[in-house]
Write a protein that binds this ligand. Structure first.
Ligand code: BQZ
Length: 676
């Protein structure tokens, strides 16, 4: 081992990223400049909706709105109060499994769930909130107060808001989500909320129809306000979900999950648009929610846009169509499209505006760290798990990867930078000095593999397992998501580089929904994945940063018996994250995140690969797009831009509406209906 150790190349700080200036800076404001709750003298709505009221098909607008609606201040809107009409034509690469988000159905992503869903707090627009006032925005929770001892938080719900079918929204919806979704181990909502998300031991109690109370085991865990946001506290309609839940019906959990398939139209939502049409592999169409509970400060009921389209295509096509003007919106996040998109956007007649932001997209290579039988591995897979739990094996993998070259395989130029893992560079809690980077060195990789007991004993170029592990070639699988060309390119690069280091890797390419399900079931050796919001903000989905509970970490969950087998460094990470979640001291939080970064990157709790910026592409006919909107920060750009405030000035409106003058019909019945 002495001679081998001599070949080991020691870790360093990560390389400095190449300079790449974000194009627009947000205009920072306090939260109450964006929105508030108050009664206005009068309210307005589109003329065609008035026709429904006149025909007796809809109560008057002031009866549909809460006594004190959420008011979006026109003073904060870049172009002021909007006009009604037009459509936002989204293109998405995901496919809807159904409308039961609460039971884990994906709606196809790309903003489709964000547009139908409202959460207790709102985090997307925080990119433009000044640092001194940075905290989640009130939303379905219009306010909250801490008890004197900080052990409870009383939450006041908006009063008199209604689901899109007119059913009242109240504490019953919130409590159903808590009691029968979050607390039910058989149910996992999309985005994975579970008891650990809210801090171990946290309880929620109904106080009255519009008040609920959280009780905590620690003092003033302000983290809870983020957990109350997207995508962990966005309650579904209790009046629809309860009758389908296994506790209250003959349904199995699988039947519950699939009780509201994509062709179940007009599923009640609190969001601004309601699904009224679904054509498989073609389109989902949404119409405005006549009960939407937000208005602008001139009294106009929101949203301004009457319709939303989600073309069911590919993510790459989203970029192409947005840049060409046949689509309206894209998060330009796949580097293969960067150069061409920039070129087109620079032309004078370009239909879409394009703005790059900070480096908030990362790709990582993640080991399955559970040796406890999670996902029921066969003998081969169990052997890989045991290797994954060996730090030398992980270090060998990290040093076998030339991350510079991997980034350049995606796009040349100043975009990509080698990523060490942990928090992404260009983010608040990132600290370069606390980050441990294992540089590329095949020789060092081999030395680490030898330390892990792997040697090419049969001379076929592939390392063999130690005798006591069977002695065969190391064969591992790498799972990647085929919905994105980027994921595939990164995965193929990793396979080739590991092959050079003597590890035989076979790709397991899965479509997005299957990828997510297979990952959450623990049926993988290693996977490639784009980083989530927790590695950008630290304060969103924080519990996922480590195995803080039996099912918070996608790298390590409990087995069927509920047992964990955490490595010492995972225990340490989990404790750091728990301390962070229960701390309310800015300085302490910063220090804890530095420590997190060191422990996570030193121990390769995921091998970082590459990080790069993304650009927001929006068709130029839309007004009110906030300057400097990042495609991803506290949430995706679909929430960050506040779509309910976007509008198209009359002279720029186009005829894209597929169902003009209509509103959603009754839940489960025919799609859009007319007033006549
Ligand atoms: C953005 C986003 C909005 C999910 C999804 C998708 C899923 C993941 C992630 C992104 C898509 C777009 O991301 O790529 O630009 O529009 O939808 O929800 O990757 O497979 O599970 O976390 O948000």
């Amino acid at each position: 081992p002495g001679a081998l150790m001599a070949q080991i190349v020691e870790p360093t700080a990560p390389p400095e990223p190449p300079a790449f200036a974000a194009q627009g800076a947000p205009i920072f404001v306090p939260r109450d400049a964006i929105q508030g709750f108050r009664k206005l003298d009068s309210y307005n709505e589109p003329d065609f909706v008035k026709a429904f009221v006149e025909a007796g098909k809809l109560p008057p607008v002031e009866e549909r709105l809460p006594a004190e609606p959420l008011v979006m201040e026109t003073a904060n809107m870049p172009d002021g109060a909007g006009v009604y009409g037009d459509v936002m034509r989204h293109v998405i690469g995901g496919r809807p499994e159904g409308w039961n988000y609460a039971a884990g159905n994906s709606q196809g992503w790309g903003g489709i769930d964000i547009g139908t869903m409202e959460c207790l707090t709102r985090v997307g627009p925080l990119f433009q909130v000044e640092p001194e006032d940075l905290a989640p925005l009130p939303n379905l929770a219009k306010g909250w107060e801490w008890s004197e001892d900080g052990k409870s938080l009383t939450v006041h719900l908006v009063e008199g808001a209604k689901w899109s079918d007119g059913d009242p929204f109240d504490a019953a919806d919130v409590m159903f989500y808590w009691d029968h979704i979050v607390q039910d181990p058989e149910v996992t909502p999309l985005n994975g909320a579970n008891p650990g998300t809210f801090g171990e031991g946290t309880t929620l109690t109904r106080v009255d129809d519009f008040t609920v109370r959280f009780d905590f085991t620690t003092e003033r865990p302000e983290q809870i306000l983020y957990a109350m946001g997207y995508g962990t506290f966005c309650p579904g309609p209790e009046h629809m979900l309860r009758p389908a839940h296994p506790e209250f019906s003959d349904n199995s959990y699988e039947e519950f999950r699939n009780a509201f398939p994509p062709d179940f139209l007009n599923f009640p939502v609190m969001g601004a648009w309601v699904p009224v049409e679904y054509r498989p592999d073609d389109i989902v169409v949404m119409r405005r929610n006549p009960y939407y509970w937000k208005v602008d400060s001139d009294g106009n009921q929101l949203p301004y846009l009457d319709e939303m389209h989600y073309r069911l295509s590919t993510w790459a096509d989203r970029d192409i169509q947005a840049v060409a003007g046949t689509g309206d919106f894209s998060n330009l996040e796949q580097p293969a499209n960067f150069v061409e998109s920039l070129r087109r956007a620079a032309e004078e007649d370009a239909p879409a505006a394009l703005e790059f932001g900070p480096r908030i997209i990362g790709y990582g290579l993640y080991p399955n760290l559970s040796g406890n039988g999670w996902g029921e591995p066969d003998e081969r897979a169990q052997t890989i798990r045991e290797l994954n739990r060996n730090e030398h094996f992980r270090k060998g993998i990290a040093q076998a990867l030339d991350r510079q070259r991997l980034g350049e395989s995606l796009v040349k130029g100043p975009f990509t930078t080698p990523y060490a893992g942990g928090l992404l560079p260009d983010t608040t809690y990132f600290d370069r000095e606390s980050t441990v980077f294992y540089p590329y060195s095949l020789e060092s990789a081999k030395a680490h593999f030898a330390e892990a007991g792997l040697e090419d004993t049969d001379g076929n170029g592939i390392l063999n397992l130690p005798k006591d592990m069977g002695g065969s070639d190391v064969v591992m699988t790498l799972m990647a998501n085929t919905d994105y060309g980027t994921d595939r390119t990164v995965a193929e690069g990793v396979v080739a580089m590991l092959q050079d280091a003597g590890i035989n890797v076979s790709l397991n390419l899965l479509a997005g929904n299957d990828f997510d399900a297979t990952r959450d079931a623990g049926r993988y050796d290693w996977r490639i994945q784009r980083t989530g919001t927790e590695l950008v903000t630290g304060v969103q989905n924080t519990a996922n940063l480590a195995p803080t509970g039996p099912n918070t970490s996608q790298l390590h969950m409990a087995n069927a018996e509920g047992e964990m087998d955490l490595l010492p460094f995972e225990e340490e990470l989990a404790q750091i994250v728990r301390d962070f979640m229960s701390s309310n001291d800015a300085e302490e939080k910063t220090e804890l995140m530095k420590r997190y970064q060191t422990v996570a990157t030193e121990n390769l709790y995921g091998v970082g690969l590459t990080a790069y910026p993304g650009a927001l592409v929006v068709n130029k006919r839309f007004a009110n797009v906030p300057q400097g909107t990042p495609i991803f920060m506290f949430n995706w750009a679909e929430d960050n831009v506040m779509r309910e405030r976007l509008f198209v000035p009359e002279d720029k409106q186009q005829n894209h509406e597929l169902h003009p003058e209509t509103l959603p019909g009754a839940p489960g019945e025919d799609g859009p209906v007319t007033a006549g």
